[in-house]
Design a binder for this molecule. Structure first.
Ligand SMILES: [Zn+2]
Length: 154
């Protein structure tokens, strides 16, 4: 399967339809992975070296730490990118590209994924970013449906 097909299959597998909310998506990811998923904003996350979000895997939960951003859309994209890794099953096997990270107040979990914007080159990163875009489109669709009236008449 090429990346396009992989991403399309992943979207179809979620069975969320064409439009959904971030909450619905989070619940779906939790159910697939049979573990809690928490999304936490980390004010101290230093984005100067391109790190926007980190996926931490603990024994009982997945935790997505993301940088503070004034743009809700950017923030959502950071989070969706990490969700995409989970949905695509990255980091499940031994080919997990775990990197050691030094973050303030974060215990040294053995596995985590980094999102480095300037370093999207390998296939898993391209696939994750592509799926994140598709998920964002689905969420935009649902937001659009909910706010259509105020946009038209507001
Ligand atoms: Zn990534």
């Amino acid at each position: 399967m090429n990346i396009e097909q992989t991403v399309s299959a992943a979207v179809a597998g979620l069975q969320l339809g064409n439009t959904f909310t971030l909450d619905t998506l989070l619940t779906a990811v939790q159910e697939r992975r049979h573990r809690r998923l928490r999304v936490v904003e980390l004010a101290g996350l230093d984005t100067s070296d391109g790190i926007c979000a980190v996926w931490l895997v603990t024994d009982t939960a997945d935790i997505v730490l993301h940088a503070r951003s004034d743009s809700a859309l950017h923030r959502q994209q950071f989070v969706l990118h990490e969700f995409a890794h989970m949905i695509l099953g990255h980091c499940e096997g031994q080919d997990c590209a775990a990197e050691d990270v030094l973050l303030p107040n974060i215990p040294p979990y053995t596995r985590g994924r980094l999102l480095k914007r300037q370093d999207i080159d390998c296939e898993t990163e391209i696939a994750a970013e592509s799926l994140a875009d598709r998920l964002a489109a689905g969420i935009r669709g649902s937001v659009f449906a909910e706010t259509r009236y105020s946009e038209v008449f507001g």
